[in-house]
Design a protein around this ligand. Sequence first.
Ligand code: NAD
Length: 269
Amino acid sequence: MVKRTAIVTGSSRGIGESIVRRLAQEGYKVTVNDVSANKTGIDNLVSELNSTHGEGTAIGVVADVTSPSDVQNLIKESVEKLGPLTVMVANAGIAQVAPALDISDDDVHKMFEVNFFGVWNCYTHAARQMIKQGPVEEGSSGYKILGCASIVAFKPFPLLSHYSASKWAVRGLTQVFAMEMAKHKINVNAYAPGIVGTAMWDLIDEKLGEIEGRPRGETVKKYSSELTALGRVSVPDDVGNVVGGFMCSKDAEFVTGQTMVIDGGIVFT
Ligand code: NAD
């Protein structure tokens, strides 16, 4: 059987966790990554995946995607323990909700360090590793690099200025990177979730609620029912299944440079 391996950043919880779970179901060996503060989440998920799918399915690596050397070590450890890298999913991200004029320069730098440079580090170092490995094994689903954008990379939403800009940057980078990597047979795509009930949206719900005068939990309900054609809050598996099940699969071999919107019908591209 062809060995396929995947690294998913920021995958101890939320959308990344769902992508990792789906990839493990698909037979990938997976590397679960997150920052050290989420080490317990990494360890719990790794041991669960190994007991469900067999020992050696998953490893955990703490790494901060803003650090190029951490990302290089993440890839090195994954390759040494699981085998050649076939899929990199640059999923890790942060959000901040605030009026543009209240956002400090430091806030903007921090946002871009994680949401753009984090993706940049993963894209470039994964591509170097894949090129070094040479043509992908016959019968494999092919080399895939994916980045996490958002619906805010297509449509402006007030109070998310630097977050939106960072996700537009991911979408732009993905398009150019897809063109440059095509000759190496590496597909490069991004995905754009909508309103997903994760720790990130708990924070957005709290801040938007404070600013717009709603109790906790009401903002996510309001936005998902009013803005989403399918009328519900998204769950991580809505995204994990499309990314892990389709975008990383052989069926997606003629898809590159795209940012796939997975939002239940908020943004129509
Ligand atoms: P989440 O906060 O549950 O998960 C994000 C994970 O990334 C966390 O575990 C966090 O520790 C990790 N992370 C943050 N900075 C990191 C770093 N420097 N290095 C390594 N890991 C780091 O949120 P989520 O909703 O699962 O978000 C996953 C991705 O989806 C993010 O890129 C986010 O911007 C994007 N997204 C989320 C939504 C949503 O509605 N939740 C919508 C659109 C896009």
